[in-house]
Structure formats: structure tokens, C-alpha cells
Write a protein that binds this ligand. Structure first.
Ligand code: G6P
Length: 588
């Protein structure tokens, strides 16, 4: 969702730094953008540049030299996609500007308090903040004005305000993520840590109800409720700068898909599997929760725990978890899966589970994120930065972690590693030239289709759901994933001559029943794309995936990712920034 990037310090190209910063946040999804700066040369007001649409080939060369600037990518909620509604928003004097993420739920009431004497130019909820700060700063220092304004907001919000007069940037958060970066005579703020990597690895994620005051030489963290300074220890990021580059690939998603053999191999050397296993063993009632792709990793987990460790774990979409929370108590374990650690529905579910005294374990890619901090047992996913909107390497890494945990619970840790080695061999095979060419040709075949089905049983069921999700989110082909057994209860009515039907057919206990599903679809004219260790008469197209025992779901999902990716490129679409979607969904 909306992205924030701010700079204050020794360099005079603050507007450009900020512009480059918001470009690194483009993947979060946005429909307009803006940059505001305090000019070095004498000026009565801040200077803004706002545009509707994507950044594309735009630049900010027309903005003046500056050492204090901030920028925003907006995802419209209150008010349409117009330049006026784009952030930053100025106060009536033009010397105070704000950018805001989230929703000020009581903005209507607040607006009534200032609207008589102040002119509103936008339809946003956000603009009320700048006028409230303007009013408060006539009687109080700027920091205090921002603090008292922020404390009146209801809802999940992150706000950054710049004062031209006091030459500082003040931020506060409750719900929406904000991370500050400590530099050498320069300070940064952003809604996500990866954008800070080129400048600093010393960062701090603001907690709810914390404020940050950024000046040329320091960042001070305050408790927003008391106004008192807090002593914090910065986190040192372990990600490398190149990890957040495309590294020769044409898109982030392509790069992230291709990183999987390396990232998965690293799973073999993890030393934290036992701690998750212990937490599950000690719990009376364990729940896997997540959103989107992370939820499908949860679903895969239920199969793995039940077949490998003979343990029943419930999986639930995080946004639905609320309606099941009566079962949660102080003996329950909630295992929350997330790439960003900021997805609002998940954070909400975790907070509610905490109110029931449940223990929270999490597997999360962004260390230090909100989910990370809320967890009693946060486990780093260690997939490296994931920038493409559609989650890929994070998900397969999570499944690998769950697989090894299931073996650990069963007391068969070594066998788990053996299975992972089979997984790696199978995954490496997918990335061989011939295999990539086959996948490419199959994807090309269905690029003009409008409807597609993906089926599987057992762990191939979450693989089918995930493959369908990937195809629809980036290529916009309507794709439905389903348990093969459910075909005849509805979806088969939609299969006609030429409908692409992807069938996962690993050599496991699902083999015969899955093959029967392929035959049923073929009998109705379906074009059968078989993903299996061996060719079958029923297949019109065949993609070989070598069996990897209980871990076959991992290579199967990777083939699904590649099919989705290739068809998207064949349709001339941008897989990194699919329409209407955001990487980090920080609103409900
Ligand atoms: C968005 C992304 C998905 C992701 C989901 C959950 O919808 O586009 O790829 O799976 O959010 O995100 P999380 O960061 O919690 O894993």
C-alpha cells in the first residue's frame, strides 16, 4: 500500500534521494505520487511536485536543492486519484507539510473543528492533519503539535510532518509501518527497510504509539502518549544491497523465482527448527494463520504435520480467524506466517489471540516487523528481500521450514534433511534449460485463454490453489484452483473444448485419483497440462517434476510460479506491479 520515504541531512539533493526512495517502494502498489522539499534557497514555502499515475520516466530535476524532503506513493482510499488528493498536503501557510498512510477514522469530526478557519483543497482524510498541526503549532513547539494531533486520530495511521521553520521531520505511527535509518549526519525514514539499504543498515522499526524526531544529526524516539524520550537499540540489517537489486534479471519476480535453489539450500543448515517443533509439541491446540500465498503455506503445513508428525494443526485465513477465536486460550499456539510481517488482517488476528493469552510463534521474512515484535517466538524466514508483489521464494522457504519441523516433531530430523535434499535436486532440475523451455511453451499455449483450472489432491491441493492465485494475480487470466475430488461437484460444468486444465500428478497416494480427474476433464475437451515425474496418455502437455517424496509440493509450486510468470510476460504485462494489488496490505 502507500509508501513513505523521507530524508534530512548533509546532502543537497534530498528531493532526488527521496524520489529514488519512493521508486524502491513502487512494488507496494500505488496510483499517484508526490515529493515535497524545503528549498535551500530562500523560499516562503515548501515546494511540492505531485503526479497522478506511475512514476515511469518522470524525474524531480525541476525541484530545488534541498537537505530536507519527503515523498509518498498513494493508494487512494479517501478521495479519488487526483493531483489534489496526492500527498504531501500543505497547511494554509505552506510551511508545514504532511504525508500519511492509513485511515484517520474520525477525520470528519476533526475536520469540523478546523474547517471554519482553514481551507481544505483535497477530499482526503489526511489533510485534516496538516491543519490541526498548524493550529497546535501556533501555541506549541512543532514536536508537541504533531504529538497532540496524532493522539486525536482513531484508526491505524502513520504520519510524517515537516516543519520548514524548525527544519525537522516528525513521525508517529499506530498500525501502519515506519522504519527509521541512522546515517552519518543524515537520517532516513521509510515505510519499509529495503529502500534504506543503499544508505544505512542501522535501522529501527517504530512501535505503535512511538514517534521519531529526525534532525540533521540525530533521530530521537519518543513515547507518543507521554512525550518522553525512549532509549532504543537500532537493529543492524543483514541483507546485502545487491539482494534488493534485480541482479541482471528483467524483473524482481523473475529474480526471486530463480533464487529459490539457493535460498532453499540454506534451509538445510537452519538451527531453529527445534524451537518451533517444541512450541507445537507443548501447545494444546495450534493454529496456522496467514493471508494470500502465506495462507496456502499454512494449508500445506496442515498436510505435512498430519502425514509426517501425526499432528492436527488448524489452518485459517487470518481475516477469518477472528470468528474462531473462542477456542483460543493460554495453552493455544498461533503460528503466524507472513512475508512482510505487516499485513493488517494478520496483525489484527495476532493481537486478538494475544488478548486470549495464546502464545504467538511466527515465520516472517522481515525481521523487526510488527509481527516479529508481537511474537513470543519469531523465526526468520531468511528468504532475503522479496520485492515482486506476488510472493514466491518466501512461500517455498516457509513450506521447507514447516516440512523440516514436522520431521523434527516426529523424531526424524535426519529424514527431513534427506527429503530436503530430494527437493533441492528436483528444484534444480526445473531450472535446467530444457525444462524452462517446456514451461515457456506451455505458458504461451494458454496466453489467450480466459479461464483455467488447476487441480490436485493432498499437498497438491494447496499447490493448485497457489498456482491459480499466481496466474490470476499477475496475468489476469481467471484461474480456479481446486481439490481434484471437488471437480465433479461444480467446476467440471465449465470445462469445454480447449480449456487449459493443470493437473499435479506426483507419485504419491493421490496418483490414481488425480489421474482419474485428468481423464474426466479430458473427456470434456479440456487441454490437460500434466505436472508429474512421468508422461501420461491423458496429458496434452507435460512438464516433468521429479518426485521429492513429502516435499514434492515445493518443486510443483515453483513450476506454477514459472507458468504464471511466463504467461504474464507473453501477455506483455508487468509481473512486479500487477493492477489493483499491493505487496504489503496494511489496511483492512
Ligand atoms: C499481498 C501479496 C501476496 C501475499 C499477501 C500476504 O496480497 O500480494 O503475495 O501473499 O499479501 O502478505 P504477507 O506479507 O503477510 O505474506
Amino acid at each position: 500500500m502507500c509508501g513513505i520515504f523521507g530524508y534530512i541531512g548533509k546532502r543537497e539533493d534530498a528531493a532526488t534521494i527521496v524520489f529514488e526512495g519512493i521508486k524502491t517502494l513502487e512494488y507496494r502498489g500505488y496510483d499517484s505520487w508526490g515529493v515535497g522539499c524545503v528549498p535551500l534557497t530562500k523560499s516562503d514555502t515548501l515546494i511540492l511536485k505531485k503526479r497522478v499515475g506511475k512514476i515511469g520516466n518522470e524525474d524531480v530535476k525541476d525541484l530545488p536543492k534541498s537537505t530536507l524532503a519527503f515523498g509518498h506513493t498513494r493508494w487512494a482510499t479517501h478521495g479519488g486519484v487526483t493531483e489534489k488528493n496526492t500527498h504531501p498536503h500543505l497547511d494554509c501557510t505552506g510551511t508545514i507539510a504532511i504525508i500519511h498512510n492509513g485511515i484517520i477514522e474520525n477525520y470528519d469530526t476533526l475536520k469540523k473543528q478546523v474547517s471554519g478557519t482553514h481551507t481544505f483543497v483535497s477530499e482526503t482524510d489526511s489533510e485534516v492533519a496538516t491543519h490541526m498541526i498548524e493550529v497546535a503549532s501556533s501555541a506549541h513547539p512543532f514536536i508537541e503539535a504533531v504529538r497532540s494531533t496524532f493522539l486525536q486520530f482513531e484508526g491505524s495511521n502513520a504520519i510524517i510532518a515537516i516543519s520548514q521553520k524548525e527544519h525537522m521531520m516528525v513521525a508517529a505511527r499506530n498500525g501502519s509501518p515506519l522504519v527509521v535509518g541512522f546515517g552519518d549526519h543524515e537520517q532516513f525514514i521509510a515505510s519499509d527497510a529495503s529502500g534504506l539499504l543503499p544508505y544505512t543498515k542501522r535501522i529501527y522499526f517504530l512501535e505503535d504509539n512511538e514517534m521519531a524526531v529526525l534532525t540533521d544529526d540525530a533521530i530521537i524516539i519518543l513515547d507518543a502518549v507521554t512525550g518522553k524520550e525512549k532509549h532504543i537499540t537500532p537493529t543492524i540489517l543483514t541483507w546485502s544491497v545487491t539482494a534488493a537489486n534485480k541482479n541482471g534479471f528483467s524483473t524482481f519476480m523473475e529474480k526471486e523465482i530463480h533464487e529459490q535453489p539457493i535460498v532453499l539450500e540454506q534451509c538445510l543448515h537452519r538451527s531453529d527448527i527445534q524451537s518451533i517443533a517444541e512450541a507445537i509439541k507443548n501447545a494444546r491446540g495450534a493454529y496456522l494463520i496467514g493471508c494470500g500465498t502465506a495462507y496456502y503455506a499454512c494449508l500445506a503445513g496442515t498436510y505435512l504435520f498430519s502425514t509426517i508428525a501425526q499432528r492436527h494443526i488448524n489452518a485459517c485465513v487470518a481475516s477469518e480467524f477472528t470468528y474462531q477465536e473462542e477456542f483460543i486460550n493460554n495453552a493455544s499456539l498461533v503460528l503466524a506466517l507472513s512475508q512482510s510481517g505487516e499485513t493488517m488482517d494478520l496483525i489484527d488476528a495476532v493481537k486478538r489471540a494475544k488478548k486470549h493469552d495464546a502464545s504467538i510463534a511466527s515465520i516472517v521474512n522481515v525481521q523487526g516487523s510488527t509481527l516479529w515484535r508481537l511474537s513470543n517466538l519469531p523465526i526468520p524466514c531468511m528468504a532475503g528481500p522479496e520485492i515482486g508483489v506476488a510472493s514466491t521464494k518466501d512461500m517455498t522457504t516457509k513450506i521447507a521450514i514447516l516440512l523440516m519441523t514436522a520431521y523434527d516433531i516426529a523424531g526424524h530430523t535426519k529424514e527431513g534433511k534427506q527429503v530436503m535434499k530430494q527437493v533441492l535436486a528436483s528444484v534444480k532440475n526445473i531450472f535446467e534449460k530444457d525444462s524452462l523451455n517446456t514451461i515457456h511453451a506451455v505458458a504461451n499455449h494458454f496466453k489467450t485463454s480466459t479461464n483455467l483450472f488447476v487441480v490436485g489432491r493432498g499437498t497438491s491441493y494447496p499447490a493448485a490453489l497457489e498456482t491459480a492465485l499466481k496466474i490470476k494475480e499477475i496475468s489476469y487470466i481467471h484461474a480456479e484452483g481446486l481439490a481434484a475430488g471437488e471437480l465433479k461437484h461444480g467446476a467440471i460444468a465449465l470445462i469445454e473444448k480447449g480449456t487449459p486444465c493443470i493437473v499435479f500428478l506426483p507419485h504419491d497416494e493421490t496418483y490414481s485419483a488425480n489421474l482419474a480427474a485428468a481423464m474426466e476433464m479430458k473427456a470434456r475437451g479440456g487441454y490437460i497440462i500434466g505436472i508429474s515425474p512421468q508422461q501420461q496418455e491423458a496429458f496434452d502437455a507435460f512438464i516433468e517434476v521429479k518426485d521429492a517424496g513429502t516435499g514434492t509440493i515445493i518443486p510443483n509450486i515453483i513450476v506454477g510460479q514459472l507458468l504464471a510468470y511466463d504467461v504474464t510476460i507473453a501477455k506483455n504485462l508487468d509481473p512486479d506491479k500487477p493492477r489493483n494489488l499491493a505487496k504489503s496490505v496494511t489496511v483492512k
